[in-house]
Design a protein around this ligand. Sequence first.
Ligand code: TYC
Length: 102
Amino acid sequence: KSGDDHETSVATKTRPKTQRPPLYKVLLLNDDYTPMEFVVHVLERYFGMSHSQAFEIMLTVHKKGLAVVGVFSFEVAETKVAQVMDFSRRHQHPLQCTMEKE
Ligand code: TYC
């Protein structure tokens, strides 16, 4: 019969799994030859960092060996890595930039 919905049914909230795209960390690696100023310039140019932010991250890489410089979708991360690698090679610096799934 109608009208006893509130007595007989159990309230159930379904929470459909929201699909989020995987994210990728872009990592900058230390080396002994790339000038510090060049790394700072790369971080400003390709990762939109301020000069002081870029300097700070550059020093972290220099001291710790590597640092995450950003987290992006696969396509954006791939593009950033390619841009940094190309720019570094054009300036004949051995700077390495890689990506890994978060
Ligand atoms: N270690 C380099 C130097 O002493 C500086 C450097 C920093 C290089 C960060 C790469 O990702 C890097 N000139």
